[in-house]
Design a protein around this ligand. Structure first.
Ligand code: PPS
Length: 291
């Protein structure tokens, strides 16, 4: 229980964290199906973007079908549990196959049935500096999180792994190390920004799907940051304002690589780099940090 509290960030006295932990037995017992596709990420790493791309691929680029419901209902969030609404697990039980499943869980906490059923997984990682900036703004707008304080304070909490889902370093490395043991495609947000066409081809190959070029072009247009930002079924604006207040910071905030450079001071950057090098030493996992 202590591990779970730490990993899920149950360090704060926030009801939703408690509720996530209370829902843990249901998550652990989750029955995956062989044709489930798991979308796994550390928070703020491109989950919603990848989810929208996959839903569009699953519907052969039929954008009307993609607009059938909000992204958080089309791709249920496995470990989500909040009072008064269906939990992620309950939502998934009602979802017909083939299901897309969202999780932020670190690999060692993944329910066993994903492995037993040999489910495919697509993991998307984003560089730590952009994640921390995005997470900082998200803490301001998403009311399930504690007040992040100053950016300096939040940087420290992030480096210490004292945020929801714990250490970014452990998360990205944990999934990276497991990539040969699972049917896992490991993608990077930065690559998706630079060459979305190429990355979608990798996804299609991984899924064993063939999609016409014009369909890929339509999917890429539909999932561009500008389109998703104005799409109410993708931009989270349908969430009650008691949960997310987009006037404080929109969910679809900037959608770029390298925004950290607009936020970090020189001293913060040096400190972060030093900590980063210590924690990534010995790993062959590399990130592009620049815009
Ligand atoms: S969550 O809450 O963890 O599920 O958030 P997640 O979806 O992983 O990450 C949100 C960040 O992804 C950006 N985003 C995009 N970037 C580029 N293109 C598209 N289409 C796109 N959609 C979402 C979103 O703006 C958040 O990043 P920041 O840096 O805050 O803008």
């Amino acid at each position: 229980d202590e591990v779970l509290r730490q990993e899920l960030g149950c360090l704060h006295d926030i009801p939703l964290y408690k509720s996530f932990v209370a829902g843990w037995p249901q998550v652990e017992a989750f029955q995956a199906r062989h044709d489930d596709l798991l979308i796994a990420t550390y928070p703020k790493s491109g989950t919603t973007w990848l989810s929208e791309i996959l839903d569009a691929i699953y519907h052969d680029g039929d954008l009307e079908k993609c607009r059938r419901d909000a992204i958080y209902n089309r791709v249920p969030f496995l470990e989500m549990k909040a009072p008064g609404i269906l939990s992620g697990v309950e939502q998934l039980e009602k979802t017909p196959s083939p299901r897309l499943v969202k999780t932020h869980l670190p690999v060692h906490l993944l329910p066993a049935s994903f492995q037993e059923k040999d489910c495919k997984v697509i993991y998307m990682a984003r560089n730590a500096k952009d994640v921390v900036v995005s997470y900082y703004y998200f803490h301001q707008m998403a009311k399930i999180h504690p007040d992040p304080g100053t950016l300096s304070e939040f940087l420290q909490a992030f480096m210490d792994g004292k945020v929801a889902y714990g250490s970014w370093y452990k998360h990205v490395k944990g999934w990276w190390e497991k990539r040969h043991e699972k049917r896992l495609l490991y993608l990077f947000y930065e690559d998706m920004k630079k060459d979305p066409w190429g990355e979608v081809q990798k996804i299609l190959q991984f899924l064993g799907k063939e999609v016409a070029e014009e369909t890929v072009a339509r999917i890429l247009h539909h999932t561009s940051f500008q389109e998703m930002k104005k799409n109410p079924t993708a931009n989270y604006e349908t969430m009650p304002t008691t949960l997310m207040d987009h006037s404080l910071s929109p969910f679809m905030r900037k959608g770029i690589s390298g925004d950290w450079a607009n936020h970090f001071t020189v001293a913060q950057n040096e400190r972060f780099d030093q900590h980063y090098q210590q924690h990534m030493a010995g790993s062959d996992l590399c990130f592009q940090m620049e815009a």
